[in-house]
Design a binder for this molecule. Structure first.
Ligand SMILES: *Cc1c(COP(=O)(O)O)cnc(C)c1O
Length: 395
């Protein structure tokens, strides 16, 4: 039952813009076109053996999906207990929101208190397997602590660059996990410049969102878990607090893979992006019908995971929103904080502001007719409220 299954499936990487095929057995970043690379698997040959029934009896972490993960050597698979988080039925939240059914995917239970653990677990494991010596990333906070944790477990040094106003608990966490932490007066996009210099000067391997191919592979496991936890069905709608978009793009990729594996049919949920009104590049692009988002100036929100003013995967997110007949809405920091309180009192989950944002979006989506009162909705609580103590806006 706890045996680890070999990854037979990974075949190559593919440019998400041009479709160009890239060899997958060495360390790579973006495609030659400067766009995210996506991992491809021989799903047809996995179909007979990688079934929902087989997976049902496996270990309770994301490595249960090892056939559709890139890490080949079981010894390189780092495990701190990531994934297989609860999907909580939340009838009082459903009543309060006025929809038929609500589930909360409780990602605050991951190692380091956020779903960033999933992506960095797989990315660090694969980087270790392919011979990376030193890791680095810019972060709004949670990716930094997750990278620090998996780097520590792998025995690889990690350099993290974050904005100086990142929540204090996250800074302490990154330091305690032994990473080299640099604070910068600026946003994650400014931190990225520092990392780029380290990559050029010291050969660090850059773990930035979607700038290497495997964080998204870790995040996609949320899609597999939803299907398993809902016994082979999908909800009508998924509401996802969106920064760099790995989870949104990753789950959509997982649905396509699961269709090819015969786990589900062609049905798909409506996918909704929620952002903060102080940093909403994807919402703005969605509302103006654009296919990419550009830069949001003066980004501001206490939901640090949503303070991402520009994203290399913008066009992929917008594609998912369109293809799923979903959409994008922005909510205020005050509304997030209010819904953190409602979620806590109605469910016993102390949500991150990003989780509050997912709930706060539902009345807006209902008001605009983008979801209906008859819908079954999954809200992602992407992190623990404990990481934001002292940051809550008072007005
Ligand atoms: C990073 C982060 C997000 C945004 O996730 P993406 O997949 O990058 O869009 C949401 N919530 C929290 C708590 C985060 O740390």
């Amino acid at each position: 039952m706890n045996q680890i299954h070999p990854s037979r499936g990974a075949t190559h990487l593919e440019c998400s813009l041009t479709g160009e095929r890239i060899e997958s057995e060495r360390l790579v970043g973006l495609s030659p076109a400067g766009k995210p690379l996506l991992a491809r698997y021989d799903l047809a040959s996995l179909r007979a053996t990688f079934t929902r029934e087989v997976v049902a009896n496996r270990r309770a972490d994301l490595w249960r999906y090892s056939e559709v993960l890139p890490v080949r050597d079981p010894a390189a698979r780092i495990a701190l207990g990531e994934g297989w988080t609860p999907l909580l039925d939340a009838p009082r939240v459903a009543t309060r929101l006025g929809v038929r059914r609500v589930w909360i995917k409780e990602e605050g239970q991951n190692p380091t208190g956020s779903f960033k653990a999933r992506g960095l677990c797989v990315a660090v494991s694969r980087a270790l397997e392919l011979g990376a010596r030193e890791l680095a990333l810019p972060s709004a906070g949670n990716a930094g602590s997750a990278a620090a944790a998996y780097g520590a477990s792998a025995g690889l040094p990690v350099h993290v660059v974050v904005p100086s106003d990142t929540p204090a608990p996250i800074l302490e966490e990154i330091r305690a996990l032994g990473a080299d932490l640099q604070l910068l007066d600026g946003l994650i996009t400014d931190c990225a410049r520092v990392v780029r210099r380290g990559v050029e000067e010291h050969g660090w391997f850059d773990l930035s969102t979607l700038k290497e191919p495997y964080r998204i592979e870790g995040k996609k496991t949320m899609g597999y878990e939803l299907v398993e936890q809902l016994n082979g069905r999908l909800p009508d709608a998924i509401v996802y607090p969106t920064g760099g978009g790995t989870g949104l793009i990753g789950m959509w990729k997982a649905f396509d893979e699961m269709e090819a594996l015969d786990w589900i049919g062609p049905e798909r949920p409506k996918m909704f992006t929620v952002q903060a009104s102080g940093c909403a590049p994807i919402v703005r692009a969605w509302e103006t019908g654009r296919t990419d988002a550009g830069m949001w100036e003066g980004a501001q929100t206490y939901a640090s995971g949503l303070r991402v003013p520009s994203a290399v995967g913008d066009f992929l997110m917008l594609r998912v929103l369109r293809a799923s007949r979903g959409g994008a809405v922005a909510v205020s920091d005050g509304a997030m904080a209010e819904w953190v309180g409602h979620l806590g009192a109605d469910t016993g989950v102390f949500a991150a502001p990003e989780g509050g944002a997912a709930a706060a979006a539902v009345p807006l989506l209902l008001g605009r007719g983008m979801i209906s009162a008859d819908d079954e909705v999954v809200l992602f609580n992407t992190g623990s409220g404990l990481k934001y103590v002292g940051m809550v806006p008072l007005d």
